[in-house]
Ligand binder design. Structure first.
Ligand code: PMP
Length: 680
């Protein structure tokens, strides 16, 4: 039986003493008189001893009770509740510290959810914050994090006076920063209007300007009432009450995103007739993905190699916001900008020496297309127009566009379906020598054979260095790359490294090419380039390749609309900063150790054919294909996000994952296999 979705709003002020409690009490009355079983709840009540609770005259509860004292529509549901009380009448973080207690948004959210579960007759909770919008809960969190953790809208309370528009501007920016939504805004008065013309002008303008700014949000005013006539006040909040009532009346299916998704959407590698099992993600934070029903999952996937710093990293979000304010995008034809120039320079500095020219693309697959086109144009420029084929190992994966698909594994890969429509490429044995075994020179024999037979046709060799990702999570010996590079050079073929998955530290080296000390002619990167926040990739080549393409007045023929997108470049720069400062080397080395320790018990389990770990990648290979949706469901029940495919159950957590969470991921994998959750 799925949990009843939490229905709540968070009543918050632009500051303290702005009339939140009066607004909450008025809303409580207005909702109850229109048939909504609402309850006003203080998640944190300061200035009240724990044993006094609701009875203290300093608590807000008596005000709530007073607002509904003359109406009794819901006798079984108390009008008010307070979940945690602290005696000192100060900001929650101080009040809690004075009693040697700590507060966290996740702890308070858990309290609120529990309260909601216990009070089954409540239709809606009005959660009143303690203090203002940004009053701290602890060093890192404030009131907004409660609303964010519960994924509920705000009702913002703001006094109407000189300075309101400035306060409100700051409050709205603070709300936007956390991605919160506003259900309504209520302007309050704590003293009477003196009737003077200037004051009237200010108050009216505050209201009109705010209504114009927040077009879809009810912006209401409560005038100064020396003696509260609750009924009159409640009437003034009618538009907001109507909005909240609609949210409650909406049948559950209306909000059932999965049902709506199934009608209109397509998911990766899926059928519309037999749609995949879906979980609704509503928020993310650090190494956690938070589902719409409030469950928090430990992320083991970094969203397909990308979110290396975890989610919502404040530095990445700041970079995005800053650039969004300056210039989100301009075309790259005929224009340039600092984020693109800086990013290209920094990538060149980090890449194997000799890769000096960067082309920005919009996704990994496009970066691969760009690399292939570079190789073809280079060979044409050299008068080798007959070199139109690419040589790739079996087990490779390079993306889903037609050119990229043509160099993916033609048999076991995902693109066998299109084989006849794709350009015919040449394939060789996969690099079979394990990463952790002594190098076997015979593993290059097949490459040598192909070059002997077909060198004249080959424009370039393309492969993923050291780790073949989606084609089998296979780790092979770096010396293979050394030998291959020599064969390429001797045969006049370019060497392309696809580092879209392996780049930015994942294998324990910044680029996997460094394991072999080989500099390819062309290198593609993507995924973690923007720390997993925006789609962007890059293809870099040597000056020699660039010169070959552009000799005799030729140009390179590619130019995506969103090339060099400034938002993506800025966030990529911030991600590179974090990589340096966060000591990725140490982080990845720790993850490697923890994954090894955590997955070691899988080795002896039935159905397991291999366990391997490299850098921040842990792989358990099974003897047979696993049932992805069943196993994924098992993992979600265990509170972890792991998405197996084929015979592989693998982990590549964000670099910032704490040791406890790595242990949870590994335990879930081990237990899942032990319990047979992988069986069809
Ligand atoms: N190359 C490799 C090695 C990849 O792992 C991927 C993505 N899984 C791609 C290319 C394609 O990247 P994108 O999905 O961004 O198009």
């Amino acid at each position: 039986m799925p949990e009843r979705p939490l229905r709540a709003v968070f009543v918050c002020g632009t500051g303290t003493d702005v009339g939140k409690t009066i607004v909450t009490a008025t809303l409580l009355r207005a909702l109850r008189t229109t048939g909504v079983a609402a309850q006003a709840v203080k998640p944190v009540q300061t200035g009240v001893k724990a044993d006094e609770g609701l009875t203290s005259p300093r608590a807000d509860a008596p005000v709530y009770a007073q607002a509904v004292a003359d109406i009794h529509p819901f006798p079984a549901l108390a009008p008010a509740a307070a979940l945690r009380c602290f005696a000192l009448p100060v900001s929650p973080h101080l009040a809690a510290a004075a009693e040697n207690a700590g507060l966290s948004a996740s702890g308070l959210c858990a309290d609120i959810r529990k309260h909601w579960r216990l009070h089954k007759t409540a239709d809606m909770l009005l959660l009143e914050s303690a203090g203002g919008l940004c009053s701290p809960l602890n060093e890192n969190e404030d009131m907004r994090d409660i609303a964010a953790g519960l994924d509920i809208p705000l009702v913002l309370v703001c006094p109407n006076r000189l300075g309101t528009l400035s306060d409100l501007g700051c409050a709205l920016a603070a709300i936007g920063e956390k991605g919160l939504s506003l259900a309504g805004l209520v302007m309050t008065r704590s003293f009477p209007v003196n009737g003077d013309e200037v004051e009237t002008l200010i108050l009216e303008d505050n209201l009109n300007a705010t209504r114009a700014r927040l077009a879809d949000v009810p912006v209401l005013a409560l005038p100064y009432f020396p003696n509260f006539v609750w009924e009159d006040m409640a009437g003034l909040l009618a538009p907001l009450v109507e909005k909240l009532r609609i949210a409650i009346r909406a049948p559950l299916e209306e909000n059932d995103l999965v049902r709506r998704d199934r009608k209109t959407l397509w998911h990766p590698y899926s059928s519309t007739l037999e749609p995949p099992v879906l979980n609704v993600a509503s928020r993310s934070r650090g190494n956690r993905i938070i589902l719409a029903d409030g469950r928090e999952l430990v992320d083991g996937m970094s969203s397909w190699w990308a979110a290396i710093h975890g989610y919502n990293h404040p530095r990445l979000l700041d970079a995005l916001r800053g650039q969004a304010g300056r210039m989100p995008h301009v075309m790259f034809g005929g224009l340039t900008h600092a984020p693109a120039v800086e990013l290209a320079e920094r990538l060149v500095r980090r890449m194997p020496e000799g890769l000096e020219r960067v082309f920005f693309a919009d996704s990994g697959s496009v970066a691969v297309e760009v690399a292939m086109k570079m190789a073809l144009q280079y060979q044409q420029g050299k008068g080798m127009a007959g070199r139109i084929r690419f040589l790739a190992p079996y087990g490779g994966y390079h993306g889903d566009t037609l050119g990229a698909m043509s160099v993916c594994d033609p048999v076991a890969g995902m693109h066998g379906l299109f084989a006849r429509a794709l350009p015919g490429q040449i394939f060789m044995e996969r690099p079979r020598c394990r990463f952790d075994a002594p190098f076997d020179p015979a593993s290059l024999d097949d490459a040598r054979r192909v070059f002997d037979e077909r060198a004249e046709e080959i424009a370039a060799v393309i492969l993923e260095p050291v780790v073949q990702g989606a084609g089998g999570m296979w780790f092979y010996h770096p010396d293979y790359l050394l030998g291959l590079a020599q064969l390429c050079r001797a045969a006049g073929a370019l060497l392309i490294f696809d580092e879209i998955a392996t780049g930015f530290g994942r294998t324990g080296r910044f680029f996997a090419a460094e394991w072999a000390g080989v500099r390819p002619d062309i290198l593609c990167c993507g995924k973690a380039l923007t720390g997993g926040t925006l789609t962007m990739a890059a293809t870099a080549c040597t000056e020699e390749v660039a010169a070959g393409i552009c000799a005799d007045g030729r140009v390179f023929m590619h130019g995506p609309t969103f090339m060099g997108n400034p938002l993506a470049c800025s966030v990529a720069l911030a991600s590179l900063d974090l990589l340096e400062e966060n000591h990725w080397r140490t982080q990845v080395a720790c993850l490697e150790r923890q994954l090894e320790q955590g997955l070691v018990f899988c080795r002896g389990l039935p159905d397991v054919s291999d366990v391997r770990v490299l850098g921040a990648i842990g792989v358990v290979e099974m003897c047979c294909s696993v049932n992805t949706s069943v196993l994924q469901g098992y993992f979600v029940d265990k509170g972890v996000w792991i998405r197996p495919f084929g015979r592989l159950i693998y982990l590549m957590p964000p670099y910032i994952t704490p040791a406890d969470d790595v242990a949870r991921l590994c335990a879930a994998v081990t237990e899942g296999i032990r319990e047979g959750a992988h069986l069809p």
